[in-house]
Write a protein that binds this ligand. Structure first.
Ligand SMILES: C[S@@+](CC[C@H](N)C(=O)[O-])C[C@H]1O[C@@H](n2cnc3c(N)ncnc32)[C@H](O)[C@@H]1O
Length: 319
């Protein structure tokens, strides 16, 4: 919980208390932010209007939410940021709807962050990190695609184009195993010899820190996770996927030519409900030179009717 959140909650509380002339104020959540609000109300000489602090489970000497059932109250201060929806729903369950609902003060946007206990467990630091950093939510998107695929019992290969040190490839394999996608092989493609010579004016990206040539080390790291590796220029090697149903294709080649070469086959062989995810369709200013990967995606997938929600880089086959 940040100081920014507590500060914002205090400011919004003081505005609302004066706007609605609240007389019976319930602080919801035993948190640093509600302590700050409590302090600010007392400083303002409004201590007589504070009913107390309520939480579920009741902790730190505060009262259970059910105590508010028979207690008139006209203002709720929600002292949780990430869990604001859960605590407000808990209040509603405990107290019920009232003919004249109390005003509610909220603050912060931590509730908008992605939370999934499985994702958080699988995202624990690994020996080889994932370098899928071209887009801020690539990992969440890959995870959500596989989660939905597992929920619908979809099957097919999970492929990464531009596997580099294998950090993301191994992570995908761990996610697939965890979600029960055990008969979906995970395959990583890379040259492991640096970026091949440019074939197009749209091949714009090259960086020494993206070159890793120790294929044996990548094998040693990824094979225990059941990953298969295909070495060589993706512009040719993608053909090894011919005839295979595909569940998820992750493109992180940074350039146009390998993505454009492999995309047609991927789009064709992707199962309905499967997705093609790009690290550099919704990329950050650091990676503006990866424009070619984005051009390849837009050239091929929207005309085929793939669903793409703006700024996600996730293209889903819906029919
Ligand atoms: C940024 S790195 C990928 C990072 C990796 N996906 C991860 O998440 O850790 C880009 C990789 O694409 C590979 N690559 C680019 N063009 C290629 C091509 N035509 N054929 C094979 N590999 C290519 C490079 O060798 C490099 O390892």
């Amino acid at each position: 919980m940040s100081d920014v959140f507590a500060h914002s909650l205090v400011q919004r509380t003081l505005q609302r208390v004066t706007a609605v002339d609240a007389q019976q104020i319930a602080l919801i959540g035993f948190t640093p932010a509600t302590l700050a609000v409590d302090h600010a109300l007392r400083e303002a000489g409004l201590e007589n209007r504070i009913l107390g602090t309520y939480d579920e489970p009741a902790a730190g000497g505060c009262r259970p939410l059910t105590d508010l059932r028979d207690q008139p109250h006209d203002l709720l201060i929600i002292g949780h940021d990430a869990n604001k929806a859960a605590i407000l729903s808990a209040y509603r369950s405990a107290v019920g709807e009232r003919p004249s609902p109390p005003a509610v003060v909220l603050a912060g946007t931590a509730h908008l962050d992605y939370h999934d206990p499985d994702f958080e467990m699988l995202n624990a630091p690994a020996l080889v990190p994932s370098y899928a950093t071209g887009s801020p939510h690539t990992h969440e998107h890959l995870f959500q695609c596989l989660q939905a695929a597992a929920a619908h019992d979809l099957r097919g290969a999970i492929v990464e184009f531009g596997a580099f040190k294998g950090g993301t490839t191994a992570w995908l394999a761990r996610v697939a195993t965890h979600l029960g996608l055990t008969d979906s092989p995970v395959i990583g493609f890379d040259s492991w010899a640096g970026f091949p010579p440019r074939r197009s004016v749209l091949d714009l990206y090259e960086h020494p820190r993206c070159v890793f040539t120790d294929l044996d080390a990548v094998r040693a790291y990824t094979e225990p996770f059941g990953v298969q590796l295909v070495a060589g220029d993706i512009t040719n090697t993608y053909l090894q996927l011919a005839g295979r149903p595909l569940l998820l294709c992750f493109f992180d080649t940074d350039n146009y030519s390998p993505a454009r070469a492999a995309l047609e086959l991927c789009a064709e062989q992707l199962v309905v409900g499967g997705s093609i995810v790009f690290d550099h369709v919704a990329t950050t200013p650091d990676y503006v030179d990866t424009l070619g990967e984005r051009i390849a995606a837009y050239e091929l997938l929207p005309p085929l009717g793939f669903l793409h929600l703006h700024r996600t880089g996730v293209f889903t086959k819906i029919a």
